[in-house]
Design a protein around this ligand. Structure first.
Ligand SMILES: [Zn+2]
Ligand SMILES: [Zn+2]
Length: 230
């Protein structure tokens, strides 16, 4: 009864009209907000994917150097020698100037960026990927540096795992030095180790191509020392 009185007085139609008008005005704004949110999520997803691909790439290169590389190889023998030296003296490369330490990765990152852009890859994917390659050796160096020597921002990023933390990287330098090959984040290594990715890949190389891993001279020396002490 009360509703009929309101309806006949014109209040309800006026309220309905006001609600419809408000909805019509709000709808485009909500749709625009939703599309901005979705675009932001897509860009964030592409950026994360680019960063993780760079992390995986760092793992593949590091694994190949550590497990198969020979210092006698032409062209890349010097890089393999550097990685063996790094296992022997992990802090040694901190003394090098940034350019001497990262020149190769900077050059590689620029080549990768050029190829990705020519192939039409989204900028939100290509930029973090090449930035990850560009910074990979410096992030690796930060994982070896004393905490007090690093800016607060770097220490904060290390705590999130977005760039690799010292504790996470330390696992690579223990014992057989055959785990945690990725050096950019704390996020990929646990999944790869849980899946025994590198061990399975090495088994595939052995059975499919007859290629065996190279014994790490630093690991052998450390094992011999341990046996003598036992
Ligand atoms: Zn290594
Ligand atoms: Zn290291």
């Amino acid at each position: 009864m009360a509703f009929e009185i309101l309806d006949s007085s014109g209040v309800v139609p006026a309220v309905m009209q006001a609600v419809e008008g408000t909805l019509a005005a709000v709808q485009p704004v909500a749709a625009a907000g939703l599309s901005i949110l979705l675009a932001g999520l897509v860009i964030a997803g592409q950026a994360l994917a680019g960063w993780l691909v760079a992390d995986f790439g760092s793992g593949v290169i590091h694994w190949a150097q550590d497990r198969y590389g020979s210092p006698r190889w032409p062209l890349v023998g010097g890089i393999v020698r550097d990685t063996i030296r790094h296992h022997r003296k992990p802090m040694g490369f901190l003394a090098k100037p940034v350019l001497a330490r990262s020149a190769r990765m900077i050059a590689l990152s620029l080549v990768v960026l050029g190829v990705l852009l020519l192939a039409g890859a989204p900028l939100a994917f290509a930029l973090p990927l090449s930035a990850g390659i560009f910074l990979s050796n410096e992030i690796h160096a930060a994982a070896h540096a004393k905490a007090g020597s690093l800016p607060g921002l770097v220490r904060g990023l290390q705590r999130t795992g977005l760039i690799q933390s010292p504790l996470h990287h330390a696992a690579h330098h223990r014992h057989l030095k055959n785990v945690n090959f990725c050096t950019l984040t704390d996020w990929l290594n646990p999944a790869l180790e849980r899946a025994r990715f590198w061990r399975r890949l090495e088994a595939l190389m052995r059975y499919a191509a007859g290629i065996r891993t190279r014994p790490d001279p630093v690991v052998r020396r450390q094992q011999r020392r341990r046996w003598k002490m036992a």
